[in-house]
Design a protein around this ligand. Structure first.
Ligand code: GLN
Length: 445
């Protein structure tokens, strides 16, 4: 597949041919990565996760409850694509309302991993990552609340980047957990990720959490020598093959002239509990709006309370219901202080611990997930699934930018991704380090 950088040099006619070619390839593929083939305007086709509003499209967050809902406006990121020689083309499959790590919970069925059709692509942006990793999309936009860009990118052998919280407007992104959600690029390489990031970033008065902090054009300098921290007590939970890829990468980074320093983190044991309290609390609140009155599908009912009850019972899948119940529980009177408030406090400790490391280091290197992509159907227990987010969620809790890129394959040929994490609003250093790491590890597709 041509890269985003190459695609930007093509004429209008060539791009419209590329678009039809992509559509044919996607329709012939058995990945179930695309769930729609709508397009907006003209330009380089960018695949869009099904939770980002594109005017006139049936945008559903992978849910039955939003069947029939037509987005009445563009998300800010879509306006930015359109203004920069790109267009939205195709909706990508995802876990329902972005809650999941495998893309098995979508109303549209399971998406498959392009490296092994019996495995999941990761999630929740699994359709986007499978399409880019499988050569049926040039680049895609996903969303990352607790790893949903970086983890599927790692499972599918592509690059996934989560910007600093506030860097990219969330206007028009269906809210899952508003204090954690960020839109970001999924691409074939680091340079393309920087190109797409530059286009979608920037202050937006329509998103009250959008940061008004200048960020010039990213000019990647892969020759910069950086100090990279490895968290020694962080990697023991990862599989032995991931640990090996990790130590090989550390060696490659040292050979490339970077300085490696060793650190430990004490609060990582609280990451999963903190995230699943805060994310479910925010989700329960955000999803209250789907009641059959304003959006999407409406169930049969003879009075208004049955209308809410039936619409939500029929429209939401099991995982979404579980999260709404958990979220309402942690927010309920009597439990609010014990869970929600405490989790907010722990969130500060987690962020402070990262900031302390960034006093000595430019970047942190970490696994993205403890294993490669699991088999479809293998993760039954929700807690087991939540545990697989152990390396990604703290970065959202701390609001930091991070980029996942493939570094090696395991013995079964499955991609292994590692992530670099940077200080808040230091995406420039993130891209510099990632470009150097991409060169140093010599990953072959
Ligand atoms: N797997 C995590 C969750 O289910 C993260 C999902 C995401 O980033 N959207 O909440």
């Amino acid at each position: 597949m041509i890269t985003l950088k190459e695609a930007l040099t093509k004429s209008k006619e060539e791009l419209s041919e590329i678009k039809s070619e992509l559509e044919n390839l996607a329709k012939a593929s058995n990945l179930n990565a695309y769930i729609g083939f709508e397009s907006s305007g003209e330009g380089v086709p960018i695949l869009i996760k099904d939770n980002i509003q594109v005017n006139g499209w049936n945008v559903t967050s992978g849910s039955k409850i939003l069947q029939g809902y037509i987005a009445p406006y563009n998300a800010t990121v879509i306006d930015k694509l359109n203004a920069n020689g790109m267009m939205a083309f195709g909706r990508s499959n995802m876990d329902e309302f972005a809650m999941g790590s495998t893309t098995e919970s979508s109303f549209y069925g399971i998406t498959k991993n392009p490296h092994d059709l019996s495995r999941v692509p990761g999630g929740s942006s699994g359709g986007a990552a499978a399409a880019v990793g499988g050569g049926i999309a040039i680049a895609a936009l996903g969303s990352d609340t607790g790893g949903s860009i970086r983890q599927p990118a790692a499972y599918c052998g592509c690059v996934g980047m989560k910007p600093t919280y506030g860097r990219v407007s969330r206007y028009g992104l269906a809210a899952y957990a508003s204090s954690l959600d960020q839109i970001g690029p999924i691409t074939q390489n680091v340079e393309d990720a920087a190109i797409l990031y530059d286009i979608i970033k920037g202050h937006d008065s329509k998103d009250s959490t959008s940061a008004d902090i200048e960020d010039g054009k990213t000019v990647i300098n892969e020759n910069r020598k950086l100090t990279i921290a490895v968290i020694d007590n962080y990697i023991s939970e990862a599989s032995s093959e991931i640990q090996k890829a990790y130590s090989d990468t550390v060696k490659a980074l040292q050979d490339a002239g970077h300085t490696i320093i060793h650190k430990n983190m004490q609060n990582t044991k609280y990451d999963i509990a903190t995230y699943y309290i805060l994310a479910t609390a925010e989700a329960a609140t955000n999803l209250a709006r789907f009641d059959g009155v304003r959006y999407g599908r409406r169930a049969e009912a003879s009075n208004v309370s049955d209308l809410y009850y039936n619409t939500r019972s029929e429209g939401f899948g099991d995982e979404v219901k579980r999260r709404i119940l958990l979220g309402n529980f942690v927010l309920s009177s009597g439990y609010y202080d014990a869970y929600y408030l405490k989790a907010q406090r722990v969130r500060h400790l987690i962020r402070d611990e990262f900031n302390a490391i960034f006093k000595d280091a430019d970047l942190i290197l970490s696994p993205v997930a403890p294993s490669v992509a699991p088999k479809i159907g293998a993760v039954h227990d929700p807690l087991e699934m939540y545990k697989s987010d152990m390396y990604t969620i703290a970065i959202n809790l701390a609001g930091l930018p991070a980029l996942s890129l493939p570094v090696a394959k395991d013995n079964d040929g499955m991609p292994i991704g590692l992530q670099l994490i940077a200080k808040a609003f230091d995406e420039q250093t993130l891209f510099d380090g990632a470009a150097s790491m991409e060169k140093a590890v010599k990953y072959t597709k």
